[in-house]
Every structure is written in structure tokens, then in C-alpha cells.
Design a protein around this ligand. Sequence first.
Ligand code: PLP
Length: 419
Amino acid sequence: MKHLSIADPEICNLVLQEERRQSEKIRMIASENYVSRAVLEATGSVLTNKYSEGYAGKRYYEGQQIIDQVESLAIERAKQVFGAEHVNVQPYSGSPANVAVYLAFLNPGDTILGMALPHGGHLTHGAPVSISGRYFNAQSYELDRDTGLLDYGKIRDKALALRPKLLIAGHSAYPRILDFAKFREIADEAGALLMVDMAHFAGLVAGGVHPSPVPFADVVTTTTHKSLRGPRGAMIMCRSRHAAAIDKAVFPGMQGGPHDNTTAAIAVALREAASDDFKAYARQVVKNAKTLAEGLMAKGFKLITNGTDNHLMLVDLGNKGIAGKKAARALDRAGIVVNCNAVPFDTRKPYDPSGIRLGTPALTSRGFKEKEMLVVANLVDRVIANADDEGLLAATAEEVRQMCSLFPAPGLEHLVEGR
Ligand SMILES: *Cc1c(COP(=O)(O)O)cnc(C)c1O
């Protein structure tokens, strides 16, 4: 980054520090990942200089000879990877993508039904602090108190009683696979449109290790930067009959010019996602999550639903005598980065809930396999049991650094000695 180092040493230094942090830590925030050098290069390209309001062939400004091809490629690749009839690759991120869907189908005050935020739903699925909760009559379904699982019977009862215009499936913290056929059935019975937000597990769908919501949902939204390993952005996929409404809602409804550099990077990520290597990656993400879950349970950790079949797990720390925030802070000092997270029916406050959420997409990107996941389970256990022992936390951080140096992270290979 020779130009940045001269033009702005302060920011350059901070970027370098963040590079080092990402290289030397065990990153298990379930929504994070490492993108490839190729995705980074496209993201940092001169495509950032272009304005291209509108869609390929129908732009408001001239000079779109190249951008039209970039966006069309991104769309074609998304259709290929996910089998979607129509794709919009312009949403700036996952939250605006969801709001665009609401703008396409709803009027203020209409009823929506989504998963409750403290049960693993997303803010944009109707949380009171979000625009989705303020502009709509937002109702929510919860997990079963005993099993921690979705109760489709209860969701159906709620949907039939409330008659929402839109039923929302998808989550940020649910460790199990969703039954999209069931959601479709409920939506049809209740006369609702079905939106699936696959932000978290899109990479697993692309890699063929998670069922696809695309054949079942009217609309599927996703971020591109989580398990899919693309740049920060989003896509909306829908049936052809909704194409015009969705496109109009994204532009001019919600947004101005698309971020063409991001669009290019999405295209790159989708090309990568279509490869056999990515299928192997997705399989390993799930295997790693299962192994980590088993390792933690063997150490007496209580996992919501007693395990996982996707890329993440939710640990209830109640039986360990430590709260989520304190555990997450101690882990961070020991070089292991997670987030504290509410567990279903949590009695503690959202800022300091009872649990932590752990995900394997980023660790898998740097080449961690089952063997390393068991080491990670041991480290997590040791830190949680000794959260106040600063010496042990520092020693663990050094151990983590050593371990990470054997698995250079994509885009950060140059930081590892001898490379
Ligand atoms: C992360 C996430 C989003 C929002 O994505 P942003 O890019 O942070 O706006 C939306 N829905 C779900 C389910 C998510 O997990």
C-alpha cells in the first residue's frame, strides 16, 4: 500500500494493524470471513469511479460500455449458482436489500411475520428499533422453549391468525437447517408472500451443503460477504413475475447508483463459488462446525439444540457461571474473537446476554480442519474457565498466534514469516 502510506500514514497504519489482527486471531464471528485476493482487487478497482444508475441497457448516464457487461456477468453467475429466475445485484448491503423487498410488496402498516430478534432473527425482520418494525405491523415467531427449535405448528397458527402480507424466514443465529417447503406451505395457507433471507448460509447453499430456498420462496435476499466470501454487498433473487417490482424498489425506490466495484467483486466471488474448491470449502465449514460443537459439548458446554447442522453454534453459558460479554472479552484477549449473543428466552439484557455465538466460515477459509477445531474447543474451554487470569489469556493469545501462522489467511499470506 505504498500510495496510502504516503498520502495518509495514519489510516495506512490502522489498516496494517487490522491486517495483522485478522492474520493472528482465531476469528469465529459467524458472519465474517476472508475474501480472496481477487475479490479484494476487484473491490479496490477504478470501477469505484463510475456512476451507473439504472440497469444494463437502460442507464441514465452514458459511458456504460464496460459496466453493463460487469453487472450482466454478476447476474448470470448468480442465476447459475443459485438457479434463480431473476437477480438484482445492486443492493448496498443486506439491510437495504430487505427494505427494498418491503418497498416492493408492502405499504406502511401492513403486517409482516418474522423470527424474533432475540431468537435469532435479524433486525430487519421486524425489530422495533428497525425501520421494519417502525413502518410495518411487525409480528414475530419464537423458538420452542424446550428444544430451541422452530415450531412450524406454532408459526402456522400465528400466520393463520395474523394473515401477514409477508412471511419472513431466515436468521443470524439459528444452528439448524430451515424447512423451506414447510414455510412455503404456511405462506400459501395464510395468503402471504414468502421471503427467505439467506444472508448467513448463502455460501452453504452455493456449495450444495444446505437446501436452497430459491425453489420455494417468492423472494430470496442475501448478503454477499458472509459464508459466500464476496465483498460487502447483497443480492435479491426472485421469481420472474416479481422482477419488475424488485428492480424498481432497489432503483429508484431505495438507492441511487450501484457500487460497480462491489458488483465486479460479487461477480468474482460467484465465479469462485461455482468451483469444486468452493464445494469442498462449504463441506468443510459444516464438518468443522460439527466437530467444534462436539468438542465443546464434551467439555460440558450447553449448545442450543445440542449441536449444529450449519456453520454456527449458540452456546448458553448459564452452567459455566459466566455471562456472554465477559466470556467474549476474555476470549478476545486470548486471541479468539466471537460475539456474545442472546439465547432463546434469555433473561439477561441484549448488551450482556447469556450466550456466545461461534461460526466456522472464516477459520475454514484459512484451512483449519477437524483437528484444529478440537484444539480450538480446548482453548475456548480453558479461557472460559480462567477468564480472570490475565497471564493465561496472554499465553493463549501467543499460542493462537503460532497456530494461525501455520494457516495463512487468504489475502494476508504476506504477513506470515518466510513468505
Ligand atoms: C447480516 C444479516 C443481514 C444484514 O446485512 P448487512 O449487510 O449487515 O446490512 C440481513 N439479514 C440477515 C439474516 C443477516 O444475518
